[in-house]
Design a protein around this ligand. Structure first.
Ligand SMILES: Nc1nc2c(ncn2[C@@H]2O[C@H](COP(=O)(O)OP(=O)(O)OP(=O)(O)O)[C@@H](O)[C@H]2O)c(=O)[nH]1
Ligand SMILES: [Mg+2]
Length: 175
């Protein structure tokens, strides 16, 4: 039986300039160079499903809640909240955005991402602060650079596993 291809929406949430577009480019093209001004991007991947390869389209959407875009998060399968390790104000923003996610409809996959890791010598956000915030919301945090790719594969592999787990857990519930 062909149930059609799966499409999962992933919201990339963060304040102006934290690196949302660069992260999406890293996910889609494996470079940090944004190649278009579209706000919705598609990445076709194959996950290692229980019964063989599971093709999925990831729909990536960039959202800046400071511009009142938070409604766009509705229906997301995953939300990636992004902070810029060189900009401490973005951690405060992230805390507010995590609150928005927590209060919205369902139990989405949520991850806290600290970007611009290639500029770690200018970092103004520390691991213990990231750890505390992540713990408060019961989520994991990752550090990565969209520019160099450092830390990206570990994060993306983890995200794919989380999405797969969620998919099979949901099917069990509805069976
Ligand atoms: N060094 C470094 N610079 C980065 C990284 N990610 C993004 N930048 C830079 O940070 C600036 C903002 O990046 P964007 O990806 O446009 O950020 P954004 O969150 O989409 O910005 P808005 O859409 O304007 O809110 C650009 O100059 C990027 O080149 C990174 O991992 N390392
Ligand atoms: Mg952008």
């Amino acid at each position: 039986m062909d149930r059609g291809k799966l499409a999962w929406k992933i919201s990339v949430v963060g304040s102006g300039g934290v690196g949302k577009s660069s992260l999406i480019s890293r996910i889609i093209y494996n470079t940090d160079k944004a190649s278009s001004l579209k706000s919705l991007h598609k990445k076709s991947i194959k996950l290692e499903g229980k019964n063989g390869p599971l093709p999925v389209d990831l729909m990536l959407l960039e959202i800046d809640p400071a511009r009142n875009e938070e409604k766009l998060m509705a229906g997301s399968n995953a939300v990636l909240v992004v902070v810029d390790i060189t900009n401490p104000g973005t951690l405060k923003d992230a805390e507010r955005y995590l609150g928005l996610v927590e209060n919205s409809d369902s139990s989405k996959i949520t991850k806290l991402l600290a970007t611009k890791l290639d500029r770690k010598y200018e970092a103004k956000i520390w691991d213990d602060e990231l750890g505390l915030l992540a713990k408060k919301y019961g989520i994991e945090f990752f550090k990565l650079s969209s520019k160099t790719g450092e830390g990206f594969d570990a994060f993306f592999d983890h995200l794919k596993l989380s999405l797969l787990d969620r998919y099979y857990a949901g099917r069990k519930e509805s069976a």
